[in-house]
Design a protein around this ligand. Structure first.
Ligand code: GDP
Length: 328
């Protein structure tokens, strides 16, 4: 086990981060602060994507984009800072849907995306253009160009993901999850190329919800085998700290899915995919159990509340990966 002290190892090769929205976006922002331009590729979950107000909404891509551009609202935990809500108020006046809240600046993102998709651009092209517009140097990719949609089986029936997550505020008890369209979907070819490349130094599974943010990516055909065959170590950062999620339903879902809500259970869930696991310092007593799973363990402060804490965790994760590479 290593207890992280932090240094500033910028690896020689490229880094791939797998992420959902808010939690993952924080570490993605940290990695972007450490790595050189274009050294970082972020593959984001798109199984939460949906249509609303006639617009294509990609919540995880947007959370990552706003975080990378330092435009994210840290207080609210989602969306753009200094946001205004005139469009939403006008929509309410017209009797339109308002259960999913779209701010005025955020609306521009969705209109831009919807328009470009309608004119034939791919989601990766649109995302690249949005990132350039926001001055983002890292490469942000959707996990796939195919349409995949998470469905949540609950004690109140089958729900679409955003109905469960936003409209019903994660209150229904989860009985199971499925990803419509996953079998015929393809991991984005640029992600496949990176996973097969000799120039990959680390693969980081960000502290995102394992079931609804990371699982859709891992469930894409060939994804797990490509991760296992990749030359770089696969490191995950626990999204569970002292039995709780920092934000969102991950711990509640674990209990509902008959799993202990612990950091170790997440490591166990990812299984033999991982080479290393980062536990929060509040979970140091789990280190032995995680090591017993055959993983290298790093104990570190993982709560990211500022850009400095995001960058510091990113440095720790990259150092940890470099140490694993050296030993293997
Ligand atoms: P979503 O798609 O917006 O739900 O976001 P993610 O799936 O990327 O992130 C949700 C997960 O991030 C939750 O399980 C949180 O516990 C975790 N999370 C959020 N902030 C932090 C943090 O600062 N540190 C760690 N370790 N986990 C975090």
């Amino acid at each position: 086990m290593s207890t992280a002290i932090g240094s500033s190892a910028v690896p020689a090769g490229r880094v791939l981060a797998l992420t959902g929205g808010v939690g993952g976006a924080k570490l993605a922002r940290g990695l972007a602060g450490v790595l050189k331009k274009q050294q970082l590729t972020i593959a984001a979950n798109t199984a939460d994507d949906f249509d609303y107000w006639g617009l294509r909404i990609c919540p995880d891509l947007d959370s990552v984009m706003y975080a990378l551009a330092d435009l994210n609202d840290d207080q609210r935990g989602w969306g753009v800072k200094d946001e205004t809500w005139r469009t939403l108020i006008a929509m309410r006046r017209l009797g339109g849907d308002e259960w999913f809240q779209i701010g005025d600046q955020d609306a521009a993102t969705h209109i831009f995306r919807t328009q470009m998709l309608a004119s034939g651009a791919s989601l990766a092209e649109v995302t690249g253009k949005l990132c350039r517009g926001l001055g983002i140097a890292a490469i942000l990719l959707p996990m796939t160009e195919s349409r995949v949609a998470t469905r949540v089986k609950t004690d109140r029936g089958d729900l679409e993901f955003q109905e469960y997550f936003v409209r019903d505020q994660c209150e229904p008890a989860v009985r199971g999850l499925s990803f419509d369209g996953i079998d015929s979907a393809r991991l984005h070819p640029d992600i496949v190329e990176l996973l097969e490349s000799d120039n990959l130094s680390a693969i980081v599974i960000c502290p995102s919800n394992p079931f609804v943010s990371i699982d859709p990516i891992l469930s894409l055909p060939r994804c797990r085998e490509l991760l296992k065959a990749a030359k770089a170590p696969v490191i995950a950062v626990s999204p569970i700290i002292a039995g709780r999620a920092v934000k969102g339903p991950a711990a509640k879902m674990m209990r509902e899915l008959a799993m202990p809500a612990t950091a170790t259970a997440v490591a166990h869930y990812y299984g033999d995919l991982l080479d290393g696991y980062v536990l929060d310092e509040l979970d140091a007593e789990h280190a032995e159990d995680v090591a017993a799973l055959g993983l290298e363990v790093c104990v570190a402060p993982t709560v990211m509340t500022s850009v400095a804490s995001k960058v510091s965790l990113a440095e720790i994760v990259l150092d940890f990966a470099a140490g694993i590479s050296l030993r293997n």
